[in-house]
Write a protein that binds this ligand. Structure first.
Ligand code: ATP
Ligand code: SF4
Ligand code: MG
Length: 376
């Protein structure tokens, strides 16, 4: 058991985390010819009771980071400390016991719910796995409570997943995560498979449950609007690492990293006057492969503010910067964040660079068209 962090309100502390996937080649010898660096040096902490939103392009490592935090993906290096305990040090009964405290809600509830089981049986499965089904009356009361918590009728317990709508199925997924009484829920794209009208209901449900049960959330999403609505703090990921982190509202008011600014500029604003005058950043170039990331700043191949020095040679670390409007908890990984914010460095055209695909498996190659707004 490793005790870290003096701050009592930190529930999860991630330090220098790396998760690499080997790329194998050869039918007979199965040689490792490279690695997909899905998570490549992440430091972050999640405070008790907060919602931490994680955004970034497809393939930047959000889900892998979420799984590593839940001990579902072993780290290649670095550590995840949950409530003072390094989760890599947990084995056997200790690990099973700890798993009760962190649960996951998936994007597609249909694929995460066994279609042959009723809702009751799905919920009982989790309770039994953690020795929480010892008294029949208490279990019945608990199942009814779970249904009420997620806004479903008690009659739903005897139905099968296919009998529900997408939003209702996500409520069942949430009930299953809640059934074992977790402290932390990692919600990976919890509403991206749902209609927009249903998305708001599920987001509101997550917020109500947080208030009622004191839950801590890590919410992974492509959609900046979803993350903005729900998050106390937001981390922006690019190619396996955090490039910016700040309080939710502050990130939108004072985005400092060029990549964050590009993400923001891709989100439409309802007011046509604001929409016409706001910053538009068209990113050129492919998203490089995480199997063969660029040297220096990972974003330099697409950055409209890239400079002749440092950008392609030195990897910038997350740091607090002195910029008007940015608080001392706002961190950004850009060598020139202050000069970009002050306007001393101006945007320029980005020369198209040829990216070497590397060995990233089916999803790891270039994923964006050569010239596109980033799809978030
Ligand atoms: N089990 C695995 N084996 C090999 N490579 C993997 C594995 N899981 C993920 N990857 C690769 O790691 C990188 C990060 O994947 P990850 O699923 O974490 O990204 P993501 O940000 O969640 O993407 P999305 O938004 O599309 O869900 C991708 O290049 C992906 O192909
Ligand atoms: S370090 Fe350089 S390339 Fe990276 S975001 Fe900052 S200006 Fe752009
Ligand atoms: Mg994902």
């Amino acid at each position: 058991m490793t005790q870290t962090s003096d701050a009592p309100d930190v529930l999860v502390e991630v330090t220098d985390l790396e998760v690499y996937f080997p790329i194998k080649s050869g039918i007979i010898f199965d040689r490792t010819v490279g690695h997909v660096r899905a998570v490549d040096g992440v430091d972050l902490s999640i405070r008790r009771g907060e919602t931490y939103g994680l955004v970034g392009e497809s393939g930047c490592g959000k889900s892998t980071l979420g799984k590593a935090i839940l001990n579902l993906e072993p780290p290649t290096a670095g550590s995840v400390v949950f409530d003072g305990t390094d989760i890599a040090s947990l084995k056997g009964e200790d690990l099973r016991h700890a798993r009760k405290r962190f649960q996951m809600v998936f994007q597609d509830p249909m694929s995460s719910l066994d279609p042959r089981q009723t809702v009751e049986s799905l919920l009982l499965e989790g309770l039994r796995a953690h020795g929480l089904d010892t008294d029949t009356d208490a279990t019945r009361a608990r199942l009814r409570e779970l249904m009420s918590d997620v806004g479903l009728p008690v009659a739903a317990l005897s139905k099968y997943p296919h009998e529900f709508s997408g939003g209702q199925r996500q409520r069942i997924g949430i009930a299953r995560a809640l059934s074992v009484g977790p402290d932390l829920i990692v919600a990976d794209e919890p509403v991206s498979a749902l209609d927009v009208s249903i998305q708001a209901q599920v987001i509101n449900l997550l917020q109500d449950l947080q208030d009622k049960l004191g839950l801590t959330y890590l919410v992974v999403a492509h959609d900046l609007a979803v993350v903005r609505h729900i998050s106390d703090r937001i981390g922006v990921m690019y190619l396996g690492a955090l490039v910016e982190e700040s309080g939710g509202a502050e990130l939108y008011d004072v985005p400092l990293h060029p990549y964050t600014r590009a993400l923001m500029s891709a989100v439409p604003v309802p007011d046509p006057q604001v929409e016409d005058t706001r910053e538009q950043i068209l990113l050129t170039g492919d998203l490089p492969s995480p199997a063969n990331p660029p040297s220096g700043c990972r974003f330099h191949t697409r950055c409209p503010w890239k400079q002749e020095t440092l950008c392609d040679t030195e990897r910038p670390q997350l740091r607090v910067v002195e910029v008007s409007g940015a608080s001392d908890s706002h961190r950004v990984a850009c060598h020139f964040a202050e000069k970009i914010a002050s306007g001393e460095i101006q945007r320029h055209e980005v020369e198209a660079t040829i990216t070497t695909p590397g060995f990233g498996g089916p999803d790891a190659g270039p994923t964006a068209p050569p010239e596109a707004y980033i799809g978030v």
